[in-house]
Ligand binder design. Sequence first.
Ligand code: ACO
Length: 326
Amino acid sequence: FNGVAITGSGSAVPATTLDNKSLTQLVETSDEWITTRTGISQRRLALPPESLTSLATTASQQAIAAAGINPEDIDLILLATSTPDDLFGNACRIQAEIGAVKAVAFDLTAACSGFVFGLVTAAQYIRTGVYQNVLLIGGDILSRWVDWQDRRTCVLFGDGAGAIVLQASQSDRLLGFSLKSDGTQNHYLNIGYEGSAQELSPGINVTKGTYQPISMNGKEVYRFAVQKVPEVIDKALFAANLTVGHIDWLVLHQANQRILNAVADRLNIPEQKLISNVANYGNTSAASIPLALDEAVRAGKIQTNDIIATSGFGAGLSWGAAIFQW
Ligand code: ACO
């Protein structure tokens, strides 16, 4: 079979909660400002010994159990992350933790679009008949890269991981997708590397430094999301030969409630179809879509055969949408 089906999901969040009131002790802000502008009430923070590997491992084990397969069945592990425990790549560590001995594993970096980009990438391997069982994980620990003195960004983000299993199936349930990038707007949102020259020998300088905290132009990112996300969902719907009326659930990257509402509004999708957990977790980057998806599945909201429209958007800038049937 060369069709693609999602057969299981899982998720994991850190044990520690930081609410808005606690943030007022760090920066000049208020619960009222944060909730009215973003809809976020609290976020989870990964503290050692928690790590991206530990959260991703738990999410993966749940997804594998839900799919009813064994770790040894997995052919490919894709980890969408921008915050690996190891800059050389984190996916192999997860492979080792879950015992997916047969799988090839690698990281995919596309910030908050990572899960949707990973979904489409995984599907190509299945459609070409190369692999049958793929584990896709979206996970990020942005708390490592937030400047906790910068009130414009530190109130927005949280940590977590989510995972799905995609399998070859007779019917293709990935109905349509569209992916986009625009590097000319990269400066609106990034975690840039900066270093200073270190002379090794005359005329040979290497750069030694580290990544800088998240830098964001909030207004431009907001404008970008509200314009581009409805457009890309329309494109994915067109590819699927469907219309907005077919959508049962809208599962967007959980950036903030105002963006979610504005996108649903522009698409004319009623609020009851909008899945949101941003109040509890903040923006968890690549984790946010699989985390929201998994919670909605476990709550019995999303049912077999429901049509889901999903869209990730963020740094790059990058954005994309996929329409799939559960
Ligand atoms: N508490 C109190 N005041 C604050 C805070 C805060 N946490 N943050 C900013 N302010 C102040 C600003 O300093 C500014 O004050 P000033 O006018 O005296 O300078 C005022 O509030 C207004 O600031 P703006 O930045 O104009 O606020 P805005 O209405 O644009 O809301 C927000 C900011 C919530 C960040 C909004 O721009 C937004 O939602 N942007 C999208 C951001 C986002 O979702 N990014 C991530 C998506 S991509 C990804 O997931 C990686």
